[in-house]
Design a binder for this molecule. Structure first.
Ligand code: AMP
Length: 473
């Protein structure tokens, strides 16, 4: 399959050639013809799949095929709006719009908060065909009357799940209310929570459904490894690995904010430069940590899952799960930060006995066993026993039970030999896969590819049917 087989016009094919792309990625093969047809689209794809070109190329083509519009003041009217969760992503997407549209007479603009309004107002006055924006600043302009969204024909919600994670749902609803009801809407999301499904139901009309495999579900370029470790020895093991391996750019994940802070403090005491980023940190502190980390002056960035999803860092040599996530899909997100585009990467998990239940869920999701390597001196002590993990109000019990810490209903997980069972406190994860999405949205599947939810929705899948695993160590 070539780009020219997808129905793209010559100026776009030339721009694609300039980028050095030879063949379209799976999401592009499916999304480009679907968008060119003019219908709505619901796409399950995350960063690294080539999704940006997947919506940008056909969007540019549709805009050139239709006639340019003028707004009430005679300026070029905004005909396409792309919403993104972060300013970094907005900037990247607009850069792609310019790169792919370089041989077309279309104009674009990026708009996000944290910078002055006036230059954006001045730019808007000149007229823009394609606006790439974060929701908050977009609404600021709309409220001030400096932005006319009445002629938008194509709407893209990029990384919709991240937008919801970051609390943008009300802003998104306000933006939708400001747009014409008749338009082509494209929604991209790596995951499909109930909230995303509700948004898709509200926004999309008979959408084409496209799913591509999570890029790293089977990525061969990522060397995954588990180091069994005594609960109290984790910090020392991490410092040991960083020193032994002479690691200079390590992204470390913890489950909780306070754990991230404590770990960063410990590493600094050990002479390893580290900063924690999480929701309680100011935007300034996060930007600074990220800039230093990217520049290579900060050795270790410690992050929680939510914080890491709000920032753009990728292609790292080392990702460490200091604690395994209780939601197995988060493991795939985390390790996806390494080993992109053929670069080799390493994803290390430090697993104490308490976390075996999480590990089993993860291995079931990714459909493979992660190789185990004991680092001498750091293994759990012979008498060490698994203890329950407390996550907020949830206690995840030894042996796969989960119960409410407030003393509520004990709930052994049925039907799962081996007793694995990560808790999903807010209904994330299992059982909300693409099946529900298909039913609710009433669209047509255009893909025969694997579900991005992997095997998580079917608890009978994978090794679950094979009975309990033997002890790992
Ligand atoms: P995205 O998922 O849109 O963030 O894209 C991930 C990376 O893949 C970007 O650096 C793109 O430039 C690159 N890319 C997109 N499409 C292709 C393609 N067909 N061939 C090679 N690289 C691509």
């Amino acid at each position: 399959m070539n780009f020219s087989d997808l129905g793209l016009a010559e100026p776009l094919l030339r721009a694609v050639r300039d980028q050095g792309y030879d063949v379209p990625t799976p999401i592009q093969v499916q999304a480009i013809p679907a968008v060119l047809q003019g219908g709505d689209l619901l796409a399950g794809a995350q960063t690294g799949t080539g999704k940006t070109a997947g919506f940008t190329l056909p969007m540019l083509q549709r805009l050139t095929e239709a006639k340019p519009l003028r707004d009430s003041r005679g300026r070029i009217a905004i005909r396409a709006l792309v919403l993104t969760p972060t300013r970094e992503l907005a900037a990247q997407v607009e850069e792609s719009v310019r790169a792919y549209g370089k041989y077309l007479p279309l104009t674009s603009m990026v708009m996000f908060g944290g910078v002055g309004m006036q230059p954006q107002i001045d730019r808007l006055k000149k007229g823009v065909d394609i606006l790439v924006a974060t929701p908050g600043r977009l609404l600021d302009h709309h409220a001030q009357g400096t932005l006319d969204l009445s002629q938008v024909q194509i709407l893209v919600l990029d990384e919709a799940d991240r937008m919801l994670d970051m609390g943008f749902i009300h802003d998104i609803k306000k933006v939708l209310a400001a747009l014409p009801p008749k338009k082509q809407s494209l929604l991209f999301s790596a995951t499909f929570s109930d909230e995303i499904k509700a948004l898709a139901d509200r926004l999309l009309n008979q959408p084409a459904l496209i799913e591509v495999a999570r890029r790293n579900a089977t990525a061969e370029t990522i060397a995954q490894k588990v180091h069994p470790v005594g609960r109290e020895k984790k910090k020392d093991l991490l410092a040991h690995l960083i020193r032994q391996g002479d690691w200079h750019q390590v992204l470390v994940f913890t489950r909780m904010k306070h754990g991230a802070n404590r770990l960063a403090e410990f590493l600094n005491e050990q002479g390893i430069s580290a900063m924690a980023i999480h929701g309680n940190k100011s935007q300034g502190a996060r930007t600074k940590a990220l800039a230093e980390f990217k520049a290579g002056t900060l050795q270790v960035l410690v992050a929680t899952d939510i914080a890491a999803r709000g920032i753009d860092i990728d292609q790292l040599p080392h990702v460490v799960n200091f604690e395994l996530p209780n939601v197995p899909e988060d493991y795939v997100h985390r390790i996806g930060r390494t080993g992109r585009a053929g670069a080799s990467g390493e994803a290390i998990s430090l697993v104490c006995l308490d976390e075996d239940i999480f590990l089993r869920d993860i291995e079931r999701l990714i459909k493979r066993d992660i190789p185990v390597q004991v680092i001498p001196g750091f293994a759990p002590a012979p008498g060490e026993k698994a203890e329950p993990i407390v996550l907020g109000r949830m206690t995840i019990g030894v042996g796969g039970t989960r119960r409410n810490a407030g003393g509520g209903q004990g709930a052994p997980r049925g039907g799962r030999p081996g007793g694995g069972g990560g808790a999903r406190p807010q209904g994330q994860g299992a059982g909300q896969g693409s099946g529900g999405q298909r039913n609710q949205s009433g669209g047509q599947r255009t893909s025969s590819g694997p579900s991005p939810r992997g095997s998580s929705s079917g608890h009978g899948g994978g090794r679950a049917a094979q009975g309990p695993r033997g002890p790992r160590r």
